[in-house]
Write a protein that binds this ligand. Structure first.
Ligand code: KG4
Ligand code: ZN
Length: 342
């Protein structure tokens, strides 16, 4: 039974997890740096890197003791080696390489996006091929996933990532950081029809997205309201924004599905992953599209949507099972697209 330690440090979560080949999460420790960054309204790369350095040893130790294992019990040590804030990535990758070297275990370099992409196989044993909508703070793309490492990009954002649009909207509405959960919460009691916001690219061919015009429309609507935007105004604007995003994603998903199904008639699953996949309203909106096509929508449990070590450990297990591991000179990359050809 292979067991892998996974380390994640590419953004503002210092995380380590221990996962088994038969899909059990023995430990999943996530230390959020939210408080370190809150005053700045966003993640400050230099602060993040230093915070990872301060906490990573404790987080790894916690994960191992929660799992009740020693390093000798591991089949390998996996870490995110990109894409992400490079200072933080280097901290996590260096700790993982050091542990691998000292304990004579394979080191597995994992693409953070692959971690999100394969989480559905840890939680739901989703078979290949599947259509993936990866929506996080830094990435928004549709990918056809034919196997481990076999990713074809079908479309993606031309400007802001979906999570970024949520974060910027939250900032404009004075909802603080991180924005996604705050906007979702505010939208719960809002009227999504009150503000007629644009649905960029709706009805156009292809699976690309564009969100910057929507963001501007939210700002213009907010400027017409009594400041600071609050109460029902705030809820209605949050709900209108979220509904616009949902309509755009649903429309783009339909087009992505047409391409995916033509290439992979056997594919039965649509998977949503990344931090934004935690949004229940968006999940429901996408579910409505997927169900009409007789397919299943899979979304990982909320705590496995946002950044965590379990997804990195799992991707490490998938790579190890294919006989892959990496040298200790393996580089860290701030940019690393899943579909290198796109
Ligand atoms: O995957 P993730 O944890 O980090 C990145 O790799 O980017 O995603 C974080 C993003 C943030 O932009 C955050 O606002 C967004 O995911 N997010 C949400 C929700 N929870 C997190 N967006 C919308 N609704 C949510 N409930
Ligand atoms: Zn992420």
């Amino acid at each position: 039974m292979r067991i892998v330690l996974g380390i994640e440090s590419s953004c503002d979560e210092t995380a380590a997890a221990v996962v088994t080949e038969d899909r059990r999460i023995l430990a999943n420790i996530v230390l959020s740096q939210l408080e370190d960054h809150r005053a700045y309204g966003g993640v400050v790369p230099e602060i993040a890197a230093r915070a990872h350095l301060d906490h990573i040893e404790r987080v790894v130790r916690d994960a191992m003791s929660t799992a009740g294992l020693g390093f000798a019990d591991l089949a390998g040590v996996a870490a995110t080696t990109g894409p992400g804030l490079i200072g933080g990535v280097i901290v996590g990758a260096t700790v993982a390489k050091s542990l691998a070297m000292v304990h004579d275990k394979p080191f597995i370099a994992i693409n953070h996006l692959e971690g999100h992409a394969l989480t559905c196989r840890l939680t739901d044993a989703v078979p290949f091929p599947f259509l993936l909508l990866l929506v996080s703070g830094g990435h928004s793309q549709f990918l056809s996933v034919a196997g481990v490492g076999a990713y074809t990009r079908l479309g993606g954002t031309l400007d802001d990532a979906v999570g970024e649009a949520f974060d910027k909207t939250a900032k404009m509405l004075g909802l603080g950081f991180p924005g996604g959960p705050a906007v979702e919460q505010a939208a719960l009691s809002g009227d999504a029809t009150r503000f007629a916001l644009p649905r960029p690219l709706l009805g156009r061919p292809g699976a690309d997205l564009s969100l910057s015009g929507l963001k501007t429309a939210v700002r213009l609507a907010a400027e017409k309201l009594p400041a600071p935007v609050s109460g029902q105004d705030l809820s209605d604007l949050a709900a209108s924004f979220q509904a616009a995003v949902g309509d755009v994603l649903a429309d783009r998903l339909k087009n992505a599905l047409t391409v995916f199904r033509a290439a992979h008639p056997s594919g039965r699953h649509v998977v949503i992953a990344g931090g934004v996949a935690a949004n229940k309203a968006l999940r429901a909106r996408l579910q409505s599209v997927v169900i009409t096509q007789g397919l299943a929508l899979i979304a990982p449990p909320l705590q496995l949507c946002t950044d965590n070590g379990a997804m990195i450990a799992w991707a490490g297990l998938e790579r190890l099972a294919l006989g892959e591991s990496h040298g200790l000179d393996h580089p860290c990359r701030p940019r690393w697209p899943l579909d290198e050809a796109a």
